[in-house]
Ligand binder design. Structure first.
Ligand SMILES: *[C@@H]1O[C@H](CO)[C@@H](O)[C@H](O)[C@H]1NC(C)=O
Ligand SMILES: *[C@@H]1O[C@H](CO)[C@@H](O)[C@H](O)[C@H]1NC(C)=O
Length: 717
């Protein structure tokens, strides 16, 4: 559905396309869609059989924002309810668009909304209501806080607002004409007690409907302002939301928001028309007394803050920005029903299961390339499918793919209520609660042999399938402990590095994946000892002679080449200059390992001095550290002259601000034809959260780089 060429020509903005912002089922045969249409919104009924556009469109200016980037939510419930900041300078607004008359929120004397909308939901509270209540539409958003807060720096708050669906709401008679008479809003609090941290930016919501409105739950994804990576999932009972709307109001006193303690007029302002109203002869909003409407107009905000069930988030994660959420109830073999959460990030989908209030991440799937945040997520439980959309496309994936679990332990550790292990096609094995028991033997491990020359390094690979597993290594059945720099071992994300192999390091190595305190053997290595001197000495003597000859021949060749080079350099000085190294301080590693076999690595080690610091920004929030990729900017001295060759990555300072203490190593090590430098990472016995976030960040980067071709940028590798 493209914007017309004429409309595109008239459009003077950058986003002169038709961004579809609204698409929902209208009736059995038609969908209803709205698009920005190059800053002139249009809506249309779409035949769902043909999925074709109609001949004529409707003006969408009152129901769809002009700006594709503006927060927007809407739903069809007989009538169309939408919320957004529709035009450039208009204030954010909750609207009922048809039938006539349209209803809006109030702007004076108290502007009701400063919101960026995230989601909306209809709850049928009229069904089986003992008081003749109405259905209600809830809106979820983040807005600039109006009320005076204890923490002035926190300028945003998350909120829930609601209006009554109220077939008979025409606004007020004199006061609040064509405005909602039932608009109320309250704050949603998502607070992490351990870090005394408020997450104030609501990014996504999902309403889990119970048998009635009282037993329904709201799941919200919250983040921090200023692009600091962190996410929390909070879960709220709609009964608590209801309590807030039935509680005291806030009021502006001396230009500050305070709890209102005076008399509240009857019938209660902002409530829906119930049997009680009807018994007083109030059949619609137009029959409400002026005093009630005047009060409602000045008191849209409730004093009680809605706190999550369990008084804390279900989950708090640093280094992840969740933006969308959906939830599904899944019965498991143990007879319990588990909530499975689908969480969308920057191109990834995480599946998590709620086990007694603790979230366990079962799986992380990459659906889109980096830089493509998940924009929409819809569950189709009957089809067992999840539909996930980003700006580039939509993906259909199964709610769970049991096939991906490769072994019994793989399946049991995942604790996926959708899957059980049927090893012998008898009883299914599943242990959601603990994720430990049911599997019999460790199968599927791999045995490899490696031999190594004395003094060389060797990496025994052991990639763990699960991000939650920890590696454990044994040598001839004995635990390898204290993998310090001096121990000759390093455990990395992809295996065990044996540094400068010695005779006593030969033997049988086992790599176990430890998850939920269960060790599962993954790899078995037999490492051959560096050959000892002895009977074969003779052969070596012989080889030595050959080597000496070879060195002599190569030396001669070098001499000849040097003479030729010298000659060439006299002829073409420019070529010579472009190969010159700049007198940078630091360590240059210029490998050419793509030409394996004939590869030679040129090294130039210059003094161990200070170089440019890596650009690290530590935001105002003390607990969070973000490594900003990009150009390292030197902090001391004048910037060096631009060298003709690519710069090596800057080396960290001796006392790095984040728990890393790096000393320039004296030895450049070699492995698999590549050269590398071993940096020392000081253990802080896990006390500092900063240290953890750095390690997490580093591991994440390493994980991403693992599958990239190291040879492409040898200076970087
Ligand atoms: C659905 O709505 C469209 C648009 O108003 C209308 O043309 C169509 O007849 C309706 N279909 C049914 C089954 O009511
Ligand atoms: C409200 O409806 C009742 C019953 O339909 C009617 O008797 C009453 O007069 C109505 N009240 C007003 C104020 O319209």
């Amino acid at each position: 559905w493209d914007a017309s060429p004429e409309q595109k020509k008239q459009c003077l903005q950058t986003e002169c396309f038709n961004h579809i912002r609204f698409l929902q089922r209208y009736n059995e045969t038609h969908l209803y869609a709205c698009g920005t249409n190059a800053f002139r919104p249009l809506c249309a009924f779409v035949d769902s059989e043909r999925f074709g556009l109609p001949a004529s469109f409707e003006d969408g200016r009152d129901r769809c924002p002009y700006d594709p980037a503006k927060g927007y939510t809407g739903l069809l419930a007989g009538e169309m309810f939408t919320a957004s900041q529709y035009e450039f300078r208009s204030s954010p607004d909750v609207r009922r668009n048809f039938p006539f008359p349209t209803l809006r929120t109030e702007e004076a004397p108290t502007r009701w909304l400063l919101a960026d909308f995230v989601g909306s939901a209809l709850l049928r509270e009229s069904v089986n209501s003992s008081v003749g209540d109405d259905d209600k539409i809830y809106f979820f958003f983040t807005e600039r806080s109006q009320e005076q807060m204890a923490y002035p720096s926190r300028t945003k708050v998350s909120r829930v607002a609601r209006v009554c669906k109220l077939q008979t709401d025409w606004g007020g008679q004199r006061t609040l004409q064509r405005k909602w008479t039932s608009f109320l809003k309250a704050r949603l609090v998502c607070f992490v007690p351990e870090y005394e941290l408020y997450l104030n930016v609501l990014r996504g919501v999902f309403v889990m409907r119970g048998s009635d409105a009282q037993s329904s739950f709201l799941y919200g994804v919250f983040g921090l302002e200023k692009n600091i990576k962190a996410s929390a999932i909070c879960r709220y009972a709609f009964s608590d939301v209801q309590k807030a709307f039935d509680g005291p109001y806030m009021e502006v006193q001396d230009s500050k928001w305070r709890e209102y303690t005076g008399k509240v007029p009857e019938p209660r302002p902002g409530s829906c028309i119930t049997d009680e109203h009807r018994s007083r002869g109030i059949n619609s909003s137009r029959d409400l007394p002026d005093g009630v409407l005047t009060f409602a107009r000045r008191h849209p905000l409730m004093a009680i803050q809605v706190r999550p069930a369990g008084a804390r988030p279900l989950m708090f994660k640093r280094s992840v920005n969740y933006v969308r959420i959906a939830a599904h109830q899944q019965p498991a073999l143990d007879g319990n029903v588990y909530t499975v959460l689908f969480l969308g990030t920057d191109g990834w989908l995480h599946r998590a299961v709620d086990i007694g209030g603790e979230m366990h991440i079962m799986e992380e799937l990459q659906l889109f390339d980096q830089g493509q945040p998940i924009e929409s997520m819809v569950l189709a439980p009957a089809l067992r499918h999840v539909y996930v959309g980003s700006h580039s496309g939509v993906v259909q994936i199964p709610m769970s793919a049991c096939r991906r679990y490769a072994s019994c332990y793989d399946c049991v550790f995942a604790r996926d209520p959708f899957c059980g292990w049927d090893g012998r096609r008898s009883n299914l094995t599943q242990d959601i609660q603990r994720g430990t028991s049911g599997c019999k033997e460790n199968s599927g491990n791999v045995h490899r042999r490696r031999s190594v020359m004395a003094g060389d390094d060797v990496l025994l690979q052991c990639e763990l399938r699960s991000n939650l597993a920890m590696p454990r290594w044994t040598l001839d059945g004995r635990e390898l402990r204290g993998y310090g720099v001096d121990s000759g071992y390093r455990v990395g994300t992809d295996g065990l590095l044996i540094i400068g192999a010695r005779g006593r390091q030969s033997g049988s190595y086992r790599c176990f994946a430890v998850e939920n305190s269960v060790s599962v053997l993954v790899y078995l290595y037999t490492l051959a000892a560096p050959l000892p001197a002895g009977p074969q000495l003779h052969a070596y003597r012989h080889m030595e002679a050959v080597y000496i000859c070879l060195v002599a021949v190569l030396g001669g060749l070098c001499l000849v080449l040097s003479v030729v080079l010298l000659y060439v350099s006299f002829c073409t000085r420019r070529v010579s200059r472009s190969r010159k190294f700049s007198q940078q301080q630091g360590l240059h590693i210029l490998g050419s390992s793509e030409r394996k076999g004939s590869s030679h690595v040129e090294l130039q080690t210059i003094s161990n001095g200070r170089q440019g610091r890596r650009s690290i920004s530590v935001p105002a929030f003390g607990d969070f550290l973000q490594i900003v990729p990009g150009e390292g900017s030197p902090t001391t001295g004048t910037p060096p002259a631009a060298p003709p060759l690519p710069l090596p990555p800057p080396l960290p300072d001796a006392d790095y601000a984040n728990g890393m203490s790096a000393t320039l190593p004296s030895v450049l090590r070699k492995m698999n034809g590549n050269s590398y430098v071993l940096l020392r990472q000081v253990d802080h016995d896990g006390a500092s959260p900063l240290y953890h976030s750095f390690t997490e960040e580093l591991n994440r980067i390493l994980e991403q780089r693992k599958h990239t071709q190291l040879d492409l940028q040898p200076h970087e590798s």
